[in-house]
Design a protein around this ligand. Structure first.
Ligand SMILES: [Zn+2]
Ligand SMILES: [Zn+2]
Length: 324
């Protein structure tokens, strides 16, 4: 296995790690989860955001971050439009992960860096397709960087979800979908409502959905769950343990886990009888490899995934390192 390379900033002088990623020489923070003077936030998941003195992010991310942290001074970065700041030219590009998610291209006279954040290549019900551009250095997440994580084609997974939910409704059951509060819940909602299945959401999910809608991402026929299932409607709740019949007001529940980890047989065994739908908002193994080929950087720095992915890239001729 490839050894971790510490402080890769010395390779290019363009970035460095200091309990998080910083652009050099400006020290603009990139998805650092501690408050910083200036911080780019790729998307509003909590492992990427903080209440910075000045946040750089897209408009939907700004609204979602404010929902979590209250007022955060923000410089909005519309996708594809560059801003000049502290000697860098910064441009946000769609990351295809959740609504508002963005990659960051940082151009400096010494070279260019593309930071992916969490990403997925193709478009989804609630996110534009990722736009990869060329860069000298690529810093990428590699959550599914193991060849056993190859996801079925997206349209196949979407059909599986709709069919199984419709079948559960046909059996008189309440389909209860366990999905992350921000991102997956809204994506599943949009898929179901656009196929004629109205959705009831637990309140924390519904609050986030309202921000999606205010920011221009229509989710269709969605209402808060008030403790009483409605025949013909699916219910979405956060992924916490619920027993069959454990949803307040529901008699006959069928549980759905909608996650890329559904590819992992160990996880499926952990809750026998449940439905597992491998719908992911992260690139799978083949997409990760394709992304590196598309960017064709001088060097790739990997984060958030198996370190063995570095070896996979090296075997394919890339100069790859672990970002530690
Ligand atoms: Zn994320
Ligand atoms: Zn993440």
């Amino acid at each position: 296995m490839a050894p971790p390379v510490k402080a890769p900033g010395h390779v290019s002088g363009l970035f460095a790690m200091d309990r998080g990623l910083f652009l050099l020489p400006s020290r603009i923070a990139v998805d650092v989860t501690r408050r910083q003077a200036i911080g780019f936030i790729s998307h509003a998941h909590m492992d990427h955001a903080a209440r910075h003195e000045l946040a750089l992010c897209t408009e939907p991310t700004a609204r979602l971050v404010q929902h979590r942290f209250g007022n955060v001074p923000t410089k909005v970065m519309p996708l594809g439009e560059s801003i000049e700041i502290a000697g860098h030219r910064l441009t946000a590009y769609s990351a295809g992960h959740i609504f508002g998610s963005a990659m960051l291209l940082a151009e400096h006279e010494k070279g260019t860096v593309l930071y992916t954040g969490d990403f997925r290549l193709e478009e989804s019900a609630t996110a534009r397709a990722a736009e990869l551009c060329q860069a000298d250095y690529l810093i990428m997440e590699c959550t599914f960087g193991n060849p056993r994580y190859r996801l079925p084609a997206r349209n196949v997974v979407v059909e599986m979800l709709i069919d199984k939910v419709a079948q559960a409704l046909g059996r008189g059951a309440t389909p209860v979908i366990l999905a992350y509060v921000l991102g997956k819940s809204q994506e599943v909602t949009k898929i179901l409502t656009s196929h004629g299945i109205p959705v009831l959401q637990e309140s924390s999910i519904y609050q986030v959905s309202q921000i999606y809608q205010q920011a221009g991402c229509d989710l269709g026929d969605v209402r808060p769950y008030t403790g009483r299932p409605i025949p013909g409607c699916a219910v979405i709740v956060p992924p916490r343990p619920i027993t069959p019949g454990g949803l307040p007001g529901a008699v006959h529940v069928e549980r759905f886990h909608v996650t890329g980890w559904a590819m992992d047989p160990k996880r499926r065994r952990s809750a026998p009888g449940d439905h597992w739908i491998p719908l992911s908002d992260h690139a799978d193994f083949d997409q990760l490899i394709a992304a590196v080929d598309q960017v064709s950087p001088k060097a790739v720095f990997c984060t958030h995934g198996p370190k063995s992915f570095v070896d996979e890239l090296r075997a394919r001729g890339h100069d790859a390192r672990w970002l530690a």
